[in-house]
Design a protein around this ligand. Sequence first.
Ligand code: FE2
Ligand code: FE2
Length: 343
Amino acid sequence: MSILQESLELLIEPLLQSKTAVLIADENRDVLEVNHAWEELIGISRENIIGQNTRLLKTEYTNPSIYCGLLESIENFIPWQSVVIDFNKRTKTPVPICLSIFSYRNQTTGRSIYIATSTPIESLDVLFSLNIDASKTLESRLVMLMTKIAEWGDPVIEKHIENVYQNSRWIAQLAAKANLIEAEQIEDLALASTLHDIGKIQVAKQILFKPDKLTPGEHAHMREHAPTGSELIDWVYKQISPLFSYRTKMFKLASEAARSHHEWWNGKGYPDGLAGENIPIAARITALADVIDALQSERPYKKSWSLQDIKKYIIERSATQFDPQLVGLVRDYWESAPFYVST
Ligand SMILES: [Fe+2]
Ligand SMILES: [Fe+2]
């Protein structure tokens, strides 16, 4: 063993003892070792990360292009360094860090290891949160614009979007408390739900705003708004995803909500006839949030329903139209609803 190899191996132990966060992975990038500083920085215990692939540590907060040169460099034994945004799993906060990776091949065994050191960059915190806020605002405005264009001409569309957002947020909060979804999905689900009817952009206005009953042909045309909406969202996402790496999940949820918000729990909805939990949760939440506001609002062809009648309507359709677990939560916490509080 050369003096250099010996020294490198000797270095690893003190490196692991140091206050710098250190992760060591094998040539398949499976984690071999982390030190205490790393456990603290990323909020994952040593037992839970050893043997896992480092791919799992990539975050949506870091622009994917940053990782591009990483693999090529380390496979060629060229040290790689960049600023990336990690995520602390325990505190659920993004952590900007300076990540340095170098690889080392043991000449005797021919095997390689990768050593990654992470140094938190405190001063980037402020800059980073500003970026996130700006990106969030832009994204919400974009979503609002898309929805408004789709239902242009409906005088109450803005109010409807706002109410669907509030209702979905409330139902998602209840679902998170009941462990049906992760708490971090609440905001994405709420925003995603507002795009559910975006496919109405391809429905002729005379059908969309027809005061009388639709003919079967018109009805079939109207039903197309669900798959069209989902396609449209997927397309928009493809266009903007190279620019935004943040909240990509929102677009996936929005696409699911748009396609499946007319599915019924018993499988009798459209467009795919999905049943039960095969209906994405975003669509199940949206369906409830949307119907509550539709019944509550006054339209030229209908009066506003009383909250009591809306509640009865939803409960009667539990396990036929709507997810029974969500209906149970809505029923039990009815008086904490945003529409209840504001009336
Ligand atoms: Fe719809
Ligand atoms: Fe709606």
